[in-house]
Design a protein around this ligand. Structure first.
Ligand SMILES: *Cc1c(COP(=O)(O)O)cnc(C)c1O
Length: 384
């Protein structure tokens, strides 16, 4: 019996809506995307929501929307997917890496101010695994230095920080609907912001830099005239994808509640397996989105390293994830930013001991018990 790392939770409602969309004659960006954006904005208490083809596209649009220039610096975390850094680079700026907290793998906010220079323009925190970063501390640093905050919330749909939803906190927040994330549209993403000028710039950049909405003109008598004042991209989400998203969003609390239940079961099981240390929790009031269940392998207790441990579990049919290889260990960033291993000791150490376990609504208790058994057996077989 193989157990996948993740499986999307698609129901009959999503399927019926996609069929209706196909039959409607309008499959690209249109009324269903407008509805998805409206309902998403309401769900995270944000004034504006822009649906995009991925979180990567959303991060790219946000960086371009902020008007970053060559030489500008953006403070971010090494413990993230490459998209967070790549989009900073693609917008012409330089990522400046700050180390993470050992217990949560979130950006260590105490180190942020030290990384600020006259060229710093923005901070891009990642709410790692779905647990919100200390936005109070980040907002204070941003205010003190005139910086913008762009949250990479790819893990954090449904999370809250001191009673306020992630998506209503920073200057802009970017979510992902990749199939492993808390909700999916196949591929897709959403940007939320309260900054109307930023929202308008990103809306323009999302569709070629062309002013008009194609679907609003559709079927009307007006001429299909257009103009471009700035070159844009093609990052609009289609109605076929929004058809899925509308129903996924309605299920978000139930899906996240099941993630929380499974997380609790892992926590209970690993109390008697100290070789696998789960992450800790932040101390301020919050709601965790439980996107990932990450453990820190106590490699000192074993005769094998993390990669060999993962290979043994995979061999036994358990799908594992790796979130993440620290960005400064990746070839491009090592070449561009230099050897940061001693400057980022926590992320460097985390990077060689972490891996992620299957965590998704639809994972049965029996499957989860098997994951725990395989990991416990692997520890026993390779203990020092
Ligand atoms: C998944 C992920 C992304 C990218 O999301 P896409 O929708 O696949 O582009 C960005 N940042 C983090 C932290 C992620 O986990």
């Amino acid at each position: 019996m193989k157990i996948p790392f993740s499986r999307p939770a698609i129901g009959e409602e999503e399927i019926a809506e996609v069929v209706d969309c196909l039959r409607s004659g309008w499959v690209t960006t249109g009324p269903r995307t407008a509805q998805f954006e409206k309902e998403f904005a309401a769900a995270v208490q944000a004034p504006h929501a822009l649906a995009v083809t991925s979180a990567t596209a959303g991060l790219h649009l946000t960086m371009l929307g902020l008007g970053l220039e060559p030489g500008d610096e953006v403070i971010t975390t090494p413990m993230t997917w490459p998209a967070t850094l790549n989009t900073i680079v693609l917008a012409g700026a330089t990522p400046v890496l700050v180390d993470i907290e050992p217990e949560t793998f979130n950006l260590d906010t105490r180190l942020v101010e030290r990384a600020v220079t006259p060229r710093t323009r923005a901070i891009v925190p990642v709410h790692f695994a779905g647990q919100p970063c200390d936005m109070g501390a980040l907002t204070a640093s941003a205010r003190a230095h005139g910086l913008r905050i762009v949250e990479d919330a790819a893990h954090a749909l449904g999370a809250e920080h001191r009673g306020r939803p992630v998506g209503s906190l920073g200057d802009a927040t970017v979510f992902s609907f990749h199939p492993i994330k808390n909700i999916t549209t196949g591929e897709g993403g959403m940007i939320t912001t309260a900054d109307v000028a930023l929202a308008e710039r990103m809306q323009l950049l999302r569709f070629h830099g062309v002013e008009r909405d194609a679907w609003k003109a559709y079927g009307r008598t007006q001429l299909p005239l257009y103009d471009v004042s700035t070159p844009g991209l093609k990052y609009n989400l289609t109605d076929l994808q929004s058809a899925i998203g509308i129903h996924q969003l309605r299920k978000l609390s139930a899906l996240n509640a099941e993630r929380a239940r499974l997380t609790q079961r892992y926590d209970d099981a690993f109390r008697s397996l100290p070789a696998l240390r789960p992450l800790g929790r932040v101390s301020y009031p919050h709601r965790h989105a439980h996107h990932l269940y990450v453990v820190r392998l106590q490699v000192e207790q074993l005769r094998i390293d993390r990669n060999a441990f993962m290979a043994a579990a995979l061999e036994a049919g358990i799908g594992l994830g790796l979130h993440f290889t620290a960005a400064h260990e990746l070839t491009y960033y090592r070449n561009r930013l230099g050897d940061l291993r001693s400057a980022l000791p926590v992320a460097t150490d985390a990077s060689r001991r972490l891996f992620s376990l299957p965590l998704f609504p639809g994972l049965s208790d029996a499957e989860q018990d098997r994951v725990v058994d395989v990991l416990a057996d692997t520890v026993r077989a390779h203990r020092r």
